[in-house]
Design a protein around this ligand. Structure first.
Ligand code: GTP
Ligand code: SPV
Ligand code: MN
Length: 557
């Protein structure tokens, strides 16, 4: 890769490398990501007439075949083709699944080596069980392969065919488009397998929290891309006596065991984390993880062979930006791409949980949903019951981020943080979630959190990061059924004084928890429109019931 100009060494660190992608290949491309099935409705909910649902992108079998034939013949010519047997989840765990990816990108091979378990052990497991997901990837054939980053952005396409356990990706080398074990397998195909087999494949971090009494619980949390999963998964708690340990930062596969306990594994083996915003003050654990055996993609380079990104601290002189040009801060353009990433082995994380490779998975006590909501949405709200929690997940919204191609800071619906990752009809997905409570099962409590509320001056009301431990403390006390809550139209929030705020400094707790009536009347209208326009007849009635309750509660408040 070094000879081909794909990576260059970063001599400041141990075995670290820098990659600069083609500037047209820096993020997931949701508009070119498709799921193939016989019927469109298998994939996309029925939308209001004349409306295209944003929940799932359908491609017909004929168009799928044509897309492949149009792109693949000869597309790898002159390059080395690699075959990667990999396991999502610890090799041999009953919750794990195997895939084989064929690719012409050594960057993908290396990244898959970090992000998955790969190699001979997996081949051996494959001999025992021939089931595997077929993954085909090519960076594509361009007329102008002059950079070290071949790709074919105009013809990029990412295809999934669940009935054949097949993923075919062409034209992009960027992580989520090319490391096919991650979003394509562990979430899109994973969600289909999960429904079929009665488990959950979710865009969630998994974290272990030990409280001051020494009791350890695990929490899973779904936040959309670039909304704080890695940070929460590696949090340094500010509350004394708490300890946080990391199981996973992006994806959870969860299944109820025979004792009715929801068990989660992290199907990944590494972190493909957002670089900008990572610093000694925000995420010291990530900082302690990433400066060995790491490939950095699209970060800026310092004169002494190190890396830099926005939010890391003061910028040293002589920075080269992510496009390889000397950086002039006066121009206002960022030195690192906002979606620049580190790819680091999970075992290097100093707080990796001792159960992170457990084959039965860790027991989940609570599930959090959350997003970037600058207005109106309280710091934390507990769902009244499972069905209400499913409604919270279904109605999640968040500001768009740089993780995909969306421009600007529009507030988008992103149910369960899964909008870009559903492998089947979202209405069916909701039914699957609603079917989880069963005789003998211990249902985790569900919460909605929002670290991103702003004041009139546009400043965050909540300090976030390690201070989020104060919210986790309340969540765990609620899991113990401590009566530290009060009812609101949205659900339960901390009773006055119940959220530990000592030592927090100036924080306007009242504003953080305020529930503006006008805002929520409008929110209910937006939810109704979204349900009608984008889910239509596929929406389970339970969701309409919850919306009615929300409306009534707000009106009466
Ligand atoms: P993906 O890898 O894309 O799925 O993202 P992620 O959900 O893991 O997000 P990550 O933790 O990498 O955070 C993304 C950005 O949000 C970074 O710039 C963080 O610094 C910022 N961020 C994370 N947690 C907080 C928080 O509690 N408060 C604030 N203000 N920003 C946060
Ligand atoms: C995300 O976008 O949610 C990511 C990064 O975790 S990627 O693997 O590129 O999808
Ligand atoms: Mn993610």
């Amino acid at each position: 890769m070094q000879q081909q100009g794909t990576v260059k060494p970063l001599p400041k660190y141990e075995n670290c490398w820098l990659t600069r992608t083609d500037p047209a290949d820096v993020a997931r491309v949701e508009s070119k990501t498709f799921i193939c099935s016989e019927h469109e409705r298998d994939v996309v909910p029925v939308a209001r007439a004349g409306q295209k649902s944003a929940l799932g992108n359908y491609i017909s079998p004929a168009d799928y075949d044509k897309a492949v034939i149009d792109r693949f013949p000869g597309c790898m010519r002159g390059r080395t083709m690699y075959v990667i047997p990999f396991s999502m989840g610890p090799v041999g765990s009953p919750l794990s699944k195997i895939g084989v990816e064929v690719t012409d990108s050594p960057y993908v091979v290396y990244s898959m080596r970090v992000m998955t378990r790969m190699g001979n052990k997996v081949l051996e497991a494959l001999r025992k069980d021939e089931n595997f997901v077929r993954c085909l990837h090519s960076v594509g054939r361009t007329n102008n392969p002059t950079t070290g980053w071949p790709c074919d952005p105009p013809r990029t396409i990412i295809l999934h065919r669940p009935v054949d356990n097949e993923i075919i990706s062409y034209g992009s080398g960027y992580g989520g488009n090319s490391l096919l074990g991650k979003k394509c397998f562990a979430l899109r195909l994973g969600s289909v397998l999960a429904r079929r087999e009665g488990w959950l494949a979710e865009h969630m971090l998994i974290v272990g929290i030990t409280d001051p009494k020494g009791r350890k619980r695990y929490i899973a949390a779904a936040f959309p891309s670039a909304c704080g999963k890695t940070n929460l998964a590696m949090m340094t708690p500010s509350l004394p006596g708490y300890k946080v340990e990391c199981v996973g930062d992006d994806i959870a596969w969860m299944k109820f065991d025979k004792n009715g306990v929801l068990r989660a594994i992290n199907p990944e083996n590494g972190f493909f984390g957002v670089a900008p915003g990572t610093s000694e003050s925000t995420n010291p654990i990530a900082m302690a993880s990433v400066f060995r055996n790491t490939v950095f993609t699209n970060v800026a380079e310092t004169a002494d062979g190190g890396v830099w990104w926005e939010g890391m601290g003061a910028a040293p002189e002589g920075i080269v930006d992510w496009k390889g040009k000397p950086w002039n801060p006066a121009t206002g353009t960022p030195a690192a791409h906002p979606n620049s990433r580190f790819c680091t082995p999970a075992e290097q994380c100093p707080i990796i949980d001792d159960q992170w490779e457990s084959s039965e998975g860790v027991p989940i006590s609570a599930i959090l949903f959350g997003g970037r909501r600058p207005e109106g949405v309280p710091l934390v709200v507990e769902a009244r019951d499972w069905q209400h929690g499913v409604f919270m997940g279904a109605t999640m919204r968040s500001e768009a981020t740089a993780a995909a191609e969306h421009a600007g800071k529009v507030i988008m619906h992103d149910p369960f943080a899964m909008r870009p990752f559903f492998g089947y009809n979202f209405g069916e997905y909701l039914r699957h979630w609603l079917s989880m409570p069963q005789e003998g099962r211990n249902m985790p409590k569900i919460f909605h959190v929002n670290w991103f509320r702003k004041n009139e001056q546009g400043k965050f009301l909540w300090p976030g990061f390690g201070e989020n431990s104060r919210v986790l403390d309340w969540v765990l006390r609620r899991c113990d059924e401590e009566p530290c809550h009060q009812e609101t139209p949205l659900g339960r929030v901390p009773a006055d004084g119940a959220l530990h705020t000592d030592g927090l400094g100036e924080v306007d707790v009242k504003q953080l928890f305020s529930i503006p009536k006008d805002f929520w009347m409008n929110e209910a209208d937006c939810i109704e429109k979204y349900f009608k326009d984008e889910v239509g007849d596929d929406l389970p009635n339970e969701m309409w019931d919850e919306l009615k309750k929300l409306r009534k509660n707000i009106q009466q408040s």
